[in-house]
Design a protein around this ligand. Structure first.
Ligand code: GLN
Length: 582
């Protein structure tokens, strides 16, 4: 059977949770036994969000194969429990770059290059590229960024329309997510904005097959009937998504409305189960939602960062914390701590007092680092459970070097290029030590394998998902622990509990190259040999209950129903810490 396509569009305003509707549908179809892949097409001109400010765009998500993508991919992966390729994230910038490169190479044989057909053809190629994944998906769900009516997203909509033409009407399903606003004074829900956005969509040749109506209060049957009539959508395919207490309720809302089964029927997909509950991942979801609605307690975790004004900058981290909490029937309260307030011991004490755990996430640049170091010193000395991620590991090492080893001016060459004590440095800067190594680009991106040390906290935490202590995690950083300091750090008690085995197999990074010789967004290919670099550091449990950090970004592999062991470990330790305090 050929791959089916579901397109998700948005109407009236942005921020309606299209991504969440898309992810929830993906989760349901997968629970019915379908092979599901997902993707996001973004209308902006940046090639990828890798260089965008997290405060503007939220976090940069990283795929196994080293793609730097929009944060929506993280939501997809967490909900459908699949690792997506970098191919799953496309931007207008990538599309134009490819077309313009082809033009320069003369591939259009003298044609005038235009939005139609050339840009649209390139978009179609990208929209269908995942059909050629290693495992051919039964369904590809494509979220089209922006709002119908925007100039920018028109070529994407045209491409989707043409795909319906190309693969046949029965193989493509359009879901339009729209808003039905409430006029408070009259208590009335208004359908006109939705009618207009469907009109705009129909003027582009697309009549949606289903509507998801966001509203503050329930849409009445009469209103639904009116929308069905004017928008030319069957009533059973109109779902009202009334604001819910948690995002994890959304799949169940769609399920109640039977949108999953409607789509399965329409696309002629085959259910693998009599009942969706026969699927054990769906079972896990049911248990999760039960835990979410009935927590037995809560823990407070300080997230010490520098982009805390926009919580989306740490979306995968906060989601990983929450998932770990749900699994323990605990509600995780995140205390958003501005790193800069923790620079002095008094400041750290004031900002962190009372928390049950500390998480120091990744980051770039010098601002906030002294605060992260201050927070880590506080957590180490007060024996508060702590997890460090990427820059968090680097800060942990600097803190230990300064305050335990007594190397007062220990630093990273990222913040102080001429530091006399570069405990953190790039591979190139460690060239004397690592001279046999083939030097490549600058960033360590995507999945790398690591070997964990037997008997370590890391090895214990990972035991269920490791293979003889071998694991794989995603990376996004330039700097590394300087191997010249390892002996001193270990002698002073900071143990190196995991080291790199190099790039993971799935980190091919060149899927696009293979599919499309014209893509040049792989210039930044990383070194193949990160072997022997520090991946984990930790303190012995006789010294501290939970003090561990990783150079990787484990948050990218945490899934809603399968929380990551480093986060689960932190939450369990935080709960114990809280109980001891009481
Ligand atoms: N800035 C640090 C580096 O490039 C850490 C990056 C991160 O935390 N993702 O190595």
């Amino acid at each position: 059977m050929s791959t089916k396509h579901i397109f998700i569009t948005g109407g009236v305003i942005s921020g309606l949770g299209k991504g969440l509707i898309a992810s929830s549908l993906g989760m349901l179809l997968k629970s019915w036994g379908q092979k599901v892949s997902m993707q996001k097409f973004d209308p902006y001109l940046n090639i990828d969000p890798g260089t965008m400010n997290p405060l503007q765009h939220g976090e940069v998500f990283v795929t196994d194969d080293g793609g730097e993508t929009d944060l929506d991919l993280g939501n997809y992966e967490r909900f459908i429990n699949e690792s997506l390729p970098r191919l799953a994230s496309a931007t207008t910038g990538q599309v134009y770059t490819n077309v313009l490169n082809k033009e320069r190479r003369g591939e259009f044989l003298g044609d005038t290059v235009q939005v139609i057909p050339h840009i649209v053809d390139e978009i179609k190629f990208r929209m269908r590229a995942q059909e050629n994944n290693e495992i051919t998906p039964d369904v590809i769900i494509t979220e089209i960024g922006g709002t119908v009516g925007d100039i920018e997203s028109q070529p994407f909509l045209e491409a989707a329309r043409q795909i319906r033409q190309d693969v046949g009407r029965d193989n493509v399903f359009f879901v339009h997510v729209s808003l039905v606003p409430l006029i408070r004074v009259s208590g009335e829900l208004k359908t006109k904005p939705t009618q207009h956005s469907v009109m705009a969509l129909r003027s582009l040749g697309i009549t949606p097959n289903a509507l998801v109506l966001r509203s503050e209060i329930p849409v009445t049957a009469a209103t639904k009937a009116k929308i069905a009539l004017f928008c030319d959508v069957e009533e059973p395919a109109i779902v009202n998504s009334v604001d819910r207490p948690s995002i994890y309720d959304v799949p169940f809302m769609l399920r109640e409305a039977k949108l999953d089964e409607y789509i399965i029927r329409f696309l002629g997909l085959e259910k693998q189960y009599q009942d969706i509950k026969d699927n054990d991942i769906y079972q896990k979801w049911l248990k999760l939602i039960e835990n979410i609605h009935n927590p037995e307690g809560s823990v407070e975790i300080a997230l010490v960062g520098k982009y805390i004004e926009l919580h989306d900058s740490y979306l995968s981290v906060s989601e990983a914390l929450k998932s770990a909490g749900f699994n323990h029937k605990l509600d995780v309260k995140i205390r958003w701590v501005d790193a800069e307030t923790c620079e002095s011991p008094a400041g750290a004490q004031q900002s962190l007092r009372g928390v049950d755990g500390v998480l120091v996430p990744g980051g770039f640049g010098a601002r906030g680092v002294d605060g992260k170091i201050g927070a880590l010193k506080w957590a180490r000395e007060n024996k508060v459970p702590t997890l460090g991620i990427c820059l968090g590991l680097q800060s942990m090492v600097i803190e230990y070097a300064r305050n335990v080893l007594g190397i007062q001016n220990a630093s990273s060459t990222e913040f102080d290029p001429n530091t006399p004590e570069p405990v953190i440095a790039t591979i190139d800067e460690q060239v004397d030590l690592l001279k046999d190594r083939k030097m490549g680009g600058t960033m360590r991106l995507g999945s790398y394998d690591a070997q964990l040390k037997e008997g370590s906290l890391a090895a214990e935490l990972y035991q269920d998902i490791s293979n003889n202590g071998q694991i794989s995690e995603r990376h996004r950083h330039r700097y590394e622990v300087n191997n010249a300091y390892i002996e001193r750090l270990e002698n002073a008690g900071l143990s190196i509990s995991g080291t790199s085995l190099g790039k993971s197999k799935k980190n091919t990074g060149d899927v696009l190259l293979k599919l499309n010789q014209n893509s040049n967004d792989n210039q930044d290919l990383v070194d193949q040999s990160a072997v022997g670099l520090v991946e984990f550091v930790e303190l012995d449990r006789s010294v501290h209950p939970y003090y561990i950090a990783t150079q990787a970004h484990p948050e990218f592999k945490s899934r809603t129903v399968l929380p990551h062991p480093l986060f689960s470990g932190l939450i369990a330790a935080a709960k114990e810490f809280q109980e001891k305090k009481a």
